[in-house]
Design a protein. Sequence first.
Length: 343
Amino acid sequence: MSPAVFDSGGQAADVYLLKGNDKIRLNVFGEPDMSREVQLTVTGEASLPLIGSVKLGGLSLLDAEAKITELYKGDYLISPQVSVNLMNAADEQVMVMGAVLKPGPVTIPANTSLDLVSAINTVGGLAPHAYPERIEVVSGDKSQFYDFEKVTLAGTNPVVLKHGDIVNVATNPYVNKHVTILGEVEMAGQLIFPRTGELDIETAIGMAKGLTEEADPERITLKRAGKIYSGALSTQARAKVMPGDIITVPKSRFVDKYITMLGEVAKPGQVEFPIDGRLDLLTAVSLAGGFDRLANKKKVTVSRQTAGGTQVVEFDVTDMEEGKIKLHYLMPGDSVNVPVRRF
């Protein structure tokens, strides 16, 4: 802007308002020691003789003269005559702060305007740790937030900035945040939390390179703020994970568990119990190599140790094979005995 220009009627057509970094000349008639050049601070304050710091930003030259005259009157000078002249108008600027590559002032080009996107691009763009959904523009005593992606869409009206505005790009709240995953995953330890803020249990396990062979996906726990939640991966895969959470995948309680196959099977002895904890009688026989040719399928017994002693149940496996009776599921420690067929 230029100093005031008067039209033919003597009225100010364009009144200049002082702003931060302007340089003015203060003249006090009859007081040469008080006359001097003064540069306003960024916030529009001037340091003046005797009266110290005075806020002049936002005032016209005439209003600045009136304010200074009033401050000098009485206590310092009897009848002060003050004049204020603009020596050098500072560039109009906005300040871009926060999560950008080169934070600092941005000059508004002469005789044109500056919009929010251009201002951010001028300082190198958003930093990797920026939170583009929350960009604040402070203009005077008003503040408004913008989503950078939305203001860059084609056809969107630009957010025009004016001198003195402050643009503050927030830091992504998920930067430097972690979640911990322990137990039966291929890469246990800390995981960097996604900057999108979106993470579920299944994705976290994937980031840890998946479950080990001995994992029990049905007993996963999540610890948050001292509370522990548990559930099966099959039903909790999309459960939301928060920064600071601790996910634990336990080892299957069936690891190193066995049943014993006795009698007329191809490979009698111990049969390792499946990790998922599901083993039926027919599958157990198959894992033992199948029935021997002298096996009596109609008199197969399953022995189980209980609190009340040994429990023995007899099955006709022929009926089980034909679907006439339900499959019988075994427990770790069970003993299966296939007797010899008697002719």
